[in-house]
Design a protein around this ligand. Structure first.
Ligand SMILES: Cc1cc2nc3c(=O)[nH]c(=O)nc-3n(C[C@H](O)[C@H](O)[C@H](O)COP(=O)(O)O)c2cc1C
Length: 165
């Protein structure tokens, strides 16, 4: 199975989870590529929050987002103002050969895991708009000062769900 993990990370937390997932999938003999969505300009706190509230597009450097070779994709993003970072929506709309793929989602944030309903809803809608039905098992991770404080217990279950797709 070939898995593409596409993520955006402004301060490193989401990258950390993406790398943990990469290791776990490799341990299970899956082939994995990590693809980081790169901002043209790192948004400041207020720009990030405002852009997220409006799900407004922010420019990215990546130009090649052909997903053809992946059997499964995993997409991950921080939560900004209760919503996925708009960089993720830019990727979803730019990606080629994504329609009909199996896509699983992970999200990082600093609020309790049961306060992420809006995040899940928007990810689901943004993906449905390009013809993707997401995997129900969303992996949500809660960070405080760069350390995981909740959600780590769900990583193995997420990995196993993806491997069974
Ligand atoms: C502008 C902004 C808004 C944020 N809003 C939320 C929020 O509404 N809920 C939440 O759980 N975390 C929020 N956070 C915290 C980030 O989601 C969290 O620190 C995340 O793990 C950062 O990921 P990164 O290090 O990969 O950029 C916000 C962070 C920023 C910069």
């Amino acid at each position: 199975m070939k898995i593409g993990i596409v993520y955006y990370s402004r301060t490193g937390n989401t990258r950390q989870v993406a790398k943990t997932l990469e290791e776990k999938f490799k341990e299970k003999n899956a082939e994995v590529d990590l693809i980081e969505i790169e901002h043209v300009k790192r948004p400041g706190f207020f720009t990030a929050g405002r852009a997220s509230m409006n799900q407004q597009e922010l420019s990215i450097k990546n130009t090649d987002f052909d997903m053809q070779k992946y059997d499964v994709m995993i997409v991950g993003t921080p939560t900004w103002a209760g919503r996925p970072s708009p960089f993720m929506k830019v990727f979803i709309n730019k990606a080629e050969n994504i329609k009909g793929k199996k896509v699983a989602v992970f999200g990082t944030g600093m609020s309790p895991l049961d306060k992420r309903e809006q995040f899940k809803e928007i990810m689901k809608n943004n993906l449905e708009n390009v013809g993707i039905k997401t995997v129900e098992n969303y992996l949500l991770i809660n960070f405080k000062r760069g350390q995981i404080v909740d959600g780590e217990q769900n990583i193995d279950d997420f990995v196993n769900t993806v491997l069974k797709l």
